[in-house]
Design a protein around this ligand. Structure first.
Ligand SMILES: NC(=O)c1ccc[n+]([C@@H]2O[C@H](COP(=O)([O-])OP(=O)(O)OC[C@H]3O[C@@H](n4cnc5c(N)ncnc54)[C@H](O)[C@@H]3O)[C@@H](O)[C@H]2O)c1
Length: 439
C-alpha cells in the first residue's frame, strides 16, 4: 500500500518505519526540515530501542522516504496517517491546530480517493472535524478513520509490531477493509483488531490512558499511607496484584507519572467532561494527586537534610520520565530539579539518554554528568528518579565514599532497604519503611 505518515515524532516515525518493514511504500512528512534532513542521513532524532535498524534498512531498500512537502506525500499515497502533536491548550483541552492544518493540506491535495486516519490522540468529534476540513477543499470522495496509538515509549517498536489489540474507528466497510489489510501482519497471533465507530475509538484512547494514570495515582496514595503507618507497599502490591480482578500491571508507586501522554490526556478528558456537563471528578483527583506526588522526593530529602539542603549539591540519577526513552516532557525529574534549585541547592544530573533533551529545559542551571558516578562528585545525597537498568545494581561502596552523607532517596524502589541499612546508608524509598545505617 502507498502510505503517507504526517508528523515524524515518537509516534509517526515508529508507525512509518514499522509499516515500511511490512512491505508498504511509506513517505514520512514533517514540517521540521532539520529532523527530515537528519532522518535522510539515518540520524534518528529520538532514543527508541530497535528503531534505527528499521529506518536504515527500509530507507536503503526504498520503502521509506522522508520529505518536508506534506502535500506531495499526500498526493503519492492512498492512505494518510495524521500523527502530529496535540499539546494542551491553556484550559487543558487538546490543541487541534496541527491536526486541522494537516487536514487542510490533505483536502487541497486529494488527487484521488484516500483513507485519512487520525493517529494522534484527539478528543471525540475530531475525526468529523477532520472530515469537514478536508471536504472544504475537495469534491473527491474519501474516508476518515480513527486509529489511536497505544505504543509505550521505550518499547514502541515492539508494541507496534505486537500490539495487544488494534483499535480502529471507521466510517464504513471500505475503510475497515483497508485498515484490516494494513494491520494484518501485526495481528497474526490472534491479537484482535477491534472495529468500532469513530467516536468510540477516540474515547477508547483517552479512557485507557485515564485508567492507567488512575492506577498510578491510586498506588502512589496507598504508598504514602504505607509510609505513614509503617506498611510495605511492595508487599501490598503483590497482595493485590495477584487478585485476578486487579492484575499485576501498573501498580508500581513512584515519583508521579509524566511523559507526553498521561498528563495531557487526563487534562483533556477532564476538559471534555466539563464541556459536556459530565464531571470527571475521579480524574481531577488523579491529577491533583500526581501534582502532589511530584514533590514526594524533594520532601523526603528536605526532611533528612533540613537546613543543610540550602547550599548543598544533590546528585540526580535519571531525567527521562521513564527508562529507555530520552523524553523528558512533564518528567518528575525536571520537577525535582526545579524544587532543588528553588530551595537553594545545586544539582548534578545524569541520564543515559536524556541529557540533551533535558538541557533544552534546564539550560546551564545544573551540572551535567557524563557518568552516574560523576554526578556524585561533591554531592550530599543521591536521588534516583528514573528506573534505568544501569542504576539497579550500582557499586554502593563507591557511592558511599563519594557522598558527603550516605543518603539515598529512591523514587523507584530499586534497592533493598535492609541491605542499604547494612551498607551504612540512610535510605528512603516510596511506601516502604525507611532504613538507617545499622552500625
Ligand atoms: N509519544 C507517545 O508515546 C504517544 C503514544 C500514543 C499516542 N501519542 C499521540 O500521538 C501524537 C503525536 O505524539 P508524538 O509524541 O509523536 O509527538 P511529537 O511532538 O514527538 O511529534 C510530532 C511531530 O509532528 C510534526 N508536525 C507538527 N505539525 C505538523 C504539520 N502541520 N505538518 C507536518 N508535521 C507537523 C512536528 O514537527 C513533530 O515532528 C500526539 O497526539 C500524542 O498524544 C503519543
Amino acid at each position: 500500500m502507498k502510505v503517507a505518515v504526517v508528523g515524524t515524532g515518537y509516534v509517526g516515525l515508529v508507525v512509518g518505519a514499522c509499516l515500511a518493514e511490512t512491505g508498504n511504500d511509506v513517505i514520512c512528512a514533517d514540517q521540521d526540515a532539520a529532523k527530515i534532513d537528519g532522518l535522510r542521513q539515518n540520524r534518528i532524532p529520538i532514543y527508541e530501542p530497535g528503531l534505527e535498524p528499521l529506518v536504515v534498512r527500509n530507507q536503503r531498500d526504498g520503502r521509506l522516504q522522508f520529505v518536508t512537502d506534506v502535500g506531495a506525500a499526500v498526493e503519492q499515497s492512498d492512505v494518510v496517517f495524521i500523527a502530529v502533536g496535540t499539546p494542551p491548550n491553556e484550559d487543558g483541552s487538546a490543541d487541534l491546530q496541527h491536526v486541522l492544518d494537516v487536514a487542510r493540506i490533505v483536502g487541497r491535495h486529494m488527487n484521488r480517493s484516500k483513507v485519512v486516519i487520525t493517529k494522534s490522540t484527539v478528543p471525540v468529534g475530531t475525526a468529523e472535524r477532520v472530515r469537514a476540513e478536508i471536504a472544504k477543499h475537495t469534491k473527491t470522495p474519501f474516508h476518515v478513520c480513527s486509529n489511536p496509538e497505544f505504543l509505550k515509549e521505550g518499547a514502541a517498536v515492539e508494541d507496534f509490531m505486537k500490539p495487544d489489540r488494534v483499535i480502529v474507528g471507521v466510517d464504513g466497510a471500505a475503510a475497515s477493509e483497508v485498515l484490516g489489510e494494513l494491520y494484518a501482519p501485526f495481528v497474526r497471533t490472534g491479537n484482535p483488531i477491534i472495529f468500532m465507530d469513530l467516536a468510540s475509538a477516540e474515547m477508547t484512547k483517552y479512557a485507557a490512558n485515564a485508567m492507567l494514570a488512575t492506577r498510578i495515582s491510586f498506588m502512589n496514595q496507598i504508598a504514602r499511607l504505607c509510609d505513614a503507618v509503617g506498611a510495605d507497599v511492595t508487599l501490598v502490591r503483590k497482595g493485590i496484584g495477584t487478585d485476578r480482578r486487579i492484575g499485576p500491571a501498573f501498580l508500581f508507586p513512584g515519583p508521579g507519572y509524566g511523559g507526553s501522554c498521561f498528563p495531557k490526556d487526563v487534562k483533556a478528558l477532564v476538559r471534555s467532561g466539563q464541556e459536556q456537563g459530565v464531571p470527571l471528578d475521579i480524574l481531577e483527583a488523579v491529577e491533583a494527586a500526581n501534582e502532589r506526588q511530584k514533590r514526594v522526593l524533594f520532601e523526603k530529602l528536605e526532611r533528612r537534610l533540613g537546613s543543610a539542603l540550602r547550599g548543598a549539591t544533590v546528585a540526580v540519577w535519571g531525567l527521562a520520565f521513564k527508562a529507555e526513552t530520552d523524553d523528558v516532557r512533564d518528567s518528575p525529574a525536571l520537577a525535582l530539579v526545579e524544587q532543588l534549585l528553588g530551595a537553594g541547592a545545586a544539582a548534578r544530573v545524569h541520564d543515559p539518554a536524556a541529557l540533551a533533551t533535558a538541557r533544552r529545559h534546564l539550560g546551564e542551571r545544573v551540572t551535567y554528568a557524563t557518568t552516574a558516578y560523576d554526578a556524585l562528585q561533591g554531592a550530599a545525597a543521591l536521588v534516583v528518579v528514573t528506573e534505568w537498568l544501569e542504576y539497579r545494581t550500582p557499586d554502593f561502596e563507591r557511592i558511599k565514599r563519594m557522598l558527603s552523607r550516605p543518603l539515598i532517596v529512591d523514587g523507584r524502589n530499586l534497592y533493598d532497604p535492609q541491605r542499604m541499612a547494612r551498607l551504612g546508608f540512610t535510605y528512603e524509598s516510596i511506601g516502604r519503611p525507611a532504613a538507617c545505617a545499622s552500625s
